[in-house]
Design a protein around this ligand. Structure first.
Ligand SMILES: [Zn+2]
Length: 130
């Protein structure tokens, strides 16, 4: 089991996009990392950030990124998940996501990674299609 840290989550963008790195983003990032680490501990997974905070300009340039992605407010994290094991475990343990307060993007839309966010999507569904 390996936890993630705030530096991995911010990907250096707190410095390269300092103007976008507001106090709100910083607080959200902290909460997201805490939620992800609680999840990693529950599942016993090694956590590696595939995509963390994305300032709006980065999100806009990211292929396939949702225009209103929660990554922009530092409310979402993509964990590296090449074999889909984390995604599958999430589907089998909705009670863990509920306890921690996480929502999962449908695995069919996230090949190679697992998208988790700390705010519910508009639909309110625990597993959602953006
Ligand atoms: Zn994502």
């Amino acid at each position: 089991m390996r936890l993630i840290n705030i530096h991995e989550y911010l990907m250096g963008r707190d410095q390269s996009y300092a103007a976008d790195y507001t106090a709100e983003v910083a607080a959200n990032a902290q909460r997201t990392v805490e939620h992800i680490n609680a999840f990693l501990q529950a599942g016993g997974f090694d956590g590696h950030v595939n995509s963390g905070w994305r300032p709006p300009s980065v999100n806009g340039a990211t292929k396939g990124a949702a225009p209103h992605s929660k990554h922009m407010q530092a409310l979402a994290c993509d964990l590296l998940d090449p074999g889909g094991l984390i995604d599958r475990w999430c589907l089998e343990h909705p009670e863990v996501l509920e306890r921690i307060g996480l929502w999962q993007e449908s695995p069919g839309s996230t090949p190679g990674w697992c998208h988790l966010q700390i705010l519910p999507p508009v639909s309110g569904h625990r597993v959602f299609i953006p």
